[in-house]
Design a protein around this ligand. Structure first.
Ligand SMILES: NC(=O)c1ccc[n+]([C@@H]2O[C@H](COP(=O)([O-])OP(=O)(O)OC[C@H]3O[C@@H](n4cnc5c(N)ncnc54)[C@H](O)[C@@H]3O)[C@@H](O)[C@H]2O)c1
Length: 363
């Protein structure tokens, strides 16, 4: 078992990484002084795969537990879904002392977390992430929310969980494409903060993708440690540090939006975005060519995309200019100085951006 603490004063919490851990969730909750009643919020697929283990473990710990589901798919990450969850939570008798267990991928974590953040002005919740992306990224840091027709994650809150329980064993049923998409975020941590970790990934990516226990646990633990450290220093993205977690995301968000969140998984769009950010960094003289090549080559080895198709470059650029992270019309970019170090800038010439996008656009 590995325990990582996210240090946020009275909002501090642990991330526990343990193979087979979901069957012991009830035991891990002891000492957290959560209420006696909870709702597991999940999607139908994860309910079938993990629901019974989690439910039994909570019931064995003496908790009253109900399971509430909502359908999979980014199109269901809406206020309408959250409202439906509120009604179900009310009808189950959940009160201010009750808590929510978010059991599933990043989508479930964001929606269930947002329901918890707002139900009766906020109740506590626990994250039990079941995709690699959610285990290394979405479940840690307290960002929860839903999409609006105008854009992704436009309504949300910072609501830190009381515990994150990561069971790498649940990844065995995950679709290979989703596993690779989550790997993109793992690679991101190496690029933004830890050159040794990046080298470890270069040497061990096959072992990780084949879910060899020690390799996958190490990859998850180091990723979570980096995210926890960044979040602890800049919980609400105020000092700019937390923004480094957005390496590759400026382009990724635009690609996802223009393809209606259908063509690319989030992690795949992030992989393309990281390849673009690395190339821009190199062209602007910040990143040595050797490092840019290493980034591109690891992404390709893993089977992640570094090019895209069917999207208009002009539309991509204007989408980036109106992203919620853009400041006064300037595109916010995280660029790399070397593998292991990045910085935030709004000084990327639109010409350079367009040229790199054009080069990576397949017709
Ligand atoms: N809050 C944050 O900080 C943050 C960070 C990154 C991404 N996100 C959000 O996360 C979402 C994407 O999350 P995701 O990539 O985990 O996708 P997802 O939650 O949509 O899950 C993908 C699919 O995997 C299935 N699944 C989940 N666990 C499984 C398992 N163990 N075995 C088999 N199938 C399983 C789900 O049912 C779903 O069909 C996006 O909405 C994104 O905005 C949030």
């Amino acid at each position: 078992m590995e325990k990582i603490t996210v240090s946020l004063g009275e909002r501090s919490y642990d991330i526990i990484i343990e193979a087979g851990g979901i069957a012991r969730l009830g035991a891990f909750l002891g000492g957290l002084r959560l209420g006696a009643k909870c709702a597991i919020i999940t999607d139908p697929r994860v309910k079938d795969l993990c629901g019974p283990l989690v439910t039994n473990s909570l019931a064995d710990a003496g908790l009253r537990v109900d399971v509430v589901t909502f359908p999979e798919g980014e199109e269901n990450k809406t206020l309408a879904t959250v409202e439906r969850l509120y009604h179900e939570m009310l009808s189950l008798g959940l009160d201010r002392k009750s808590f929510v267990v978010a059991l599933g991928g990043g989508l479930v974590g964001d929606v269930a977390g947002f329901a918890a953040a707002t139900y009766m002005r906020g109740i506590r919740f626990v994250q039990v992430p079941t995709t690699l992306l959610a285990q290394v990224d979405a479940s840690v840091g307290g960002k929860v929310g839903v999409n609006l027709p105008e854009g992704k994650n436009l309504v949300g809150s910072f609501h830190q969980p009381s515990l994150v329980l990561i069971d790498p064993d649940v990844l065995r049923t995950l679709d290979g494409r989703d596993l690779k998409a989550g790997f993109a975020e793992v690679i991101k941590y190496g690029i933004i903060r830890d050159a040794d970790f990046f080298s470890f990934l270069e040497e061990n990516w096959e072992a990780i993708l084949s879910l060899e226990p020690s390799a996958v646990e190490k990859a998850i633990a180091i990723s979570c440690r980096i995210k926890a450290a960044v979040v602890a220093e800049d919980e609400r993205e105020e000092s700019g540090l937390r923004a480094i977690l957005n390496f590759g995301h400026t382009v990724a968000h635009a690609i996802e939006a223009l393809s209606d969140y259908r063509t690319y998984r989030h992690g795949e769009a992030v992989a393309i975005g990281m390849a673009v950010a690395a190339e821009i960094s190199e062209r602007l003289g910040h990143l040595p060519k050797g490092d840019a090549d290493r980034i591109e080559s690891l992404l390709k080895s893993v089977g992640l995309p570094v090019t895209f198709s069917g999207l208009d470059i002009g539309q991509l650029v204007s989408r980036m200019r109106f992203d919620k992270k853009a400041v006064r019309d300037k595109i916010r970019f995280v660029l790399a100085k070397k593998v292991g170090e990045v910085f935030l800038t709004d000084d990327v010439p639109l010409d350079t951006l367009s040229q790199v996008l054009r080069k990576r656009s397949e017709r």
